[in-house]
Ligand binder design. Structure first.
Ligand SMILES: CC1=C(/C=C/C(C)=C/C=C/C(C)=C/C=O)C(C)(C)CCC1
Ligand SMILES: [Fe+2]
Length: 316
């Protein structure tokens, strides 16, 4: 079973790296033609967000194992209540809401990515000490903050919601420089401590955010790195996936973990369209914004519940 888990986590690590590399190549290929058209960027972002949703949609199954129970009903009521309050907060205070979301996302991404490495470490012998703090900070802030303070962030944020364009105010250039230094220093630290694989991970993320436009960089990171690796970790917790791991069927374990989140994916998409229409939105212009708002709101309880697993894996 441990072998099947290790195999899956290692495969997902390799696949997510190839995906990021593919994103870098696509961005570079488009460069001589004036970059990837904004419309295509938005389509990519919508696709990546959709791919990424199921990873958060199994929280309830992991926290409350029994689907048809009073506990589950109470849990879902509280979960959705938090989501509702968060949606209201982001819609009524766009700017502060977004700043809070950026911070929350960076912490959630960093803890999650580092917890993934810790789960791999726990299943392998003779690993060198893992500098967790450096990996948490670099892997969390690089994919969110750098795209949001880069030169091209104005175009991306205008497509999401023009009110967000100045989210970092006068700090943007300093924040950009600081984030590059943090990422570079962490890569060097990984090399010094002989965590070569982690140095490769961070170098890939940094290359992506420096070469691809913000929406594309975020799309590839969220859908094909964060969600993939997180789903791998879900298979370690989810009872149905454990059954498959025990039979040494690592991809089946991954498959059931993805499928468990599929019904919620449909619900999220339907609710997003309902929310948008009820607020009189123009589908082609504001779908990305509303989908992001719903995902950000879902991240509030998702992050709180995932935190438990993250801290357990990281032994913090
Ligand atoms: C980086 C970036 C963005 C921000 C994305 C964020 C902050 C996403 C957070 C997602 C979470 C927390 C998911 C949970 O698992 C925008 C606005 C799309 C514009 C393009 C660049
Ligand atoms: Fe997540």
């Amino acid at each position: 079973m441990v072998l099947s888990e290790t195999k899956l986590l290692n495969n997902l690590r390799a696949i997510s790296r190839y995906c990021i590399l593919f994103g870098v190549v696509v961005a570079l290929v488009f460069l001589p033609f004036g970059g990837i058209a904004l419309e295509l960027q938005i389509v990519l972002a919508l696709a990546a967000l959709t791919i990424g949703i199921p990873h958060g949609a199994v929280d309830h199954l992991i926290t409350v194992p029994k689907l048809a129970s009073l506990k589950m009903a109470l849990f879902l009521t509280a979960y959705l209540g938090v989501v509702g309050v968060a949606i209201w907060a982001i819609l009524s205070a766009n700017l502060i809401g977004f700043q809070a979301v950026v911070l929350m996302s960076a912490i959630h991404f960093g803890l999650g990515d580092a917890a993934f490495i810790s789960e791999l470490d726990a299943r392998q012998l003779g690993v060198k000490k893992f500098p967790k703090a450096a990996y948490i900070v670099a892997s969390g802030f690089t994919p969110v903050v750098i795209p949001l303070v880069s030169q091209q962030s104005t175009e991306a944020l205008a497509a999401v919601n023009p009110k967000l364009i100045d989210w970092a105010g006068a700090f943007a250039p300093a924040l950009f420089a600081l984030m590059i230094v943090v990422a570079a220093a962490s890569i060097i630290w990984m090399l010094i401590t002989q965590r070569i694989q982690e140095a490769i991970d961070l170098a890939l993320l940094l290359t992506l955010v420096l070469s691809a436009p913000p929406l594309v960089a975020f799309a590839f990171y969220f859908g094909l790195w964060h969600a993939l690796r997180h789903t791998g970790r879900l298979s370690l917790e989810f009872e149905k996936a454990q059954v498959q791991h025990r039979k040494d069927k690592s991809w089946n374990a991954f498959g059931v973990s993805v499928l468990a989140g599929a019904p919620a994916l449909a619900a999220v998409l339907a609710f997003t369209i309902f929310l948008g229409i009820s607020r009189g939105f123009d589908l082609s212009q504001q779908l990305l914004w509303y989908l992001l708002v719903v995902i950000w709101a879902l991240t509030v309880p998702h992050m709180a519940l995932t935190l438990r697993l993250d801290l357990k894996a990281l032994r913090l």
